[in-house]
Design a protein around this ligand. Structure first.
Ligand SMILES: [Zn+2]
Length: 102
């Protein structure tokens, strides 16, 4: 039996819903101050159904040379790495205008 997309009703191989989802997802990068004045960079809005967040977190940690975790579908990195994270995400194929740095 052919798989049909529930959203658009097209066979899965013709469906572009997932691509559209990737293009329309909004990724937010911002920093928060934690206890003792520690700065954390938060990356949210990445679709964890399509993207392996754990792997992405690992990549970001090594690119930014910092610690970090994946928590509740968000990536948390120690320190302020907003611009660096944006560059890495663009390199990985995320559309630049979907990335919002606050
Ligand atoms: Zn579809």
């Amino acid at each position: 039996m052919k798989k049909i997309c529930e959203k658009c009703g097209l066979p899965k191989e013709l469906c572009v819903c997932e691509e559209i989802a990737r293009e329309t997802q909004r990724i937010k990068i911002y920093t928060v101050k934690r206890r003792f004045g520690k700065i954390m960079t938060i990356v949210e809005g990445i679709d964890s159904q399509e993207i392996d967040l754990k792997k992405l977190t690992k990549d970001l940690k090594s690119k930014c040379a910092c610690g970090g975790t994946t928590k509740d579908g968000r990536i948390e990195l120690q320190g302020d790495h907003k611009e660096k994270v944006k560059k890495v995400l663009i390199k990985k194929g995320f559309p630049e205008d979907a990335i919002e740095v606050r």
